[in-house]
Design a protein around this ligand. Sequence first.
Ligand code: C6P
Length: 403
Amino acid sequence: MYDVKKIREDFPILSREVYGKPLVYLDNAATTQKPLCVLDAMRDEYLNVNANVHRGVHYLSQQATDLHEAAREKVRAFINAEKTSEVIFTRGTTESINLVAQSFCEAFMKEGDEVVVTDMEHHSNIVPWQLQAQKRGIVVRHMAINDRGELADSVASYLTERTRLVSIAHVSNVLGTVNPVKDIIALAHERGIPVLVDGAQSAPHMKIDVQDLDCDFFAFSGHKMYGPTGIGVLYGKEKWLEKMPPYQGGGEMIDQVSWEKTTFEQLPLKFEAGTPDYVATHGLATAIDYLQSIGMDQIQTHEQELTRYCMEQLRTIEGMRFFGEAEQKDAVVSFQVGDIHHLDMGTLLDRLGIAVRTGHHCAHPLMTRLGVTGTVRASFALYNNKEEIDILTEGIRRVSRMF
Ligand code: C6P
């Protein structure tokens, strides 16, 4: 039995008030709140273990290294990667995609080669490729979407003999659309083309199995899945990572350095220059434990029910317009009401204690496709409940009456 009341006790911030109103936190796609166990684990590491990893022979350094590498194993198991060497710690999804854009393009792409993204990408899966377009003359192609917010055509119609990579969001941060990444990967692989999946909005909400998906790269952020900020993951198949040059140079990622020649560490350290945020990796591992203690399937069922309920309730409001009504949709509801500006709606909801995100959601090309400058977005986490959606619905009604 999914006990949301008990779950909420793990997140003290949820019982605070803003403007004298109980906080209704519905901005989880931006970042989630942290359970006490994550905060305790990180505090405990700073209090009792803190030392740099992979460097010292002393006790604390070894203990910190053990925690850091145990976190890598925890992440491996969480996404069912084959090997820990395929799990690279980064600062987040953005850095993970930038790493692939720079290193993959350096190794495998030249002028005129193509990368395929979609019209619903976050800027972090657009701009890194555009930087490579400026630098090397690669071509960024984008798959169209239909009015429900689903991919309009098969990926096959975008693949040419120049396509070197497909890079797509698993779940859209604006539309909530769950893209059929497994089918896309199978089609791309038929032509020998690797696929990167941006899992920023899927990893917190559903079971991820990178071997079952057969994706070549999978990127996600700790802070969107109850872990700390500043830590993320890039999963990559060894066969690609081995051939890709380092992304940054510095300590930790080298084997031997001399003025004549420098050689690099084995995977995954080759891609982890400098002191990693080893306390955050331990925090992320604790967040994974927390997620798994509840169960990813249970979390998904709960959040899908919230999404369905939210759409059903908001649909009753006059002038309601949804952005994203895909068949497969997850934990995100974007909308506008009449001609009320999204910023006005967000600001007035905030005064009622309701935290939603407004604006372009770091997805300008998608806003252009939708023909708007921004939307209001409610996004759900494992601790949200139907009462909060009722408060949101009533809040929107109140704001609407003011206009
Ligand atoms: N989306 C949102 O409010 P970072 O910032 O690196 O942790 O994640 C970037 C990112 C990449 N892809 C997708 C699909 C995302 O949703 C995000 C982050 C947040 O929608 C902050 S802009």
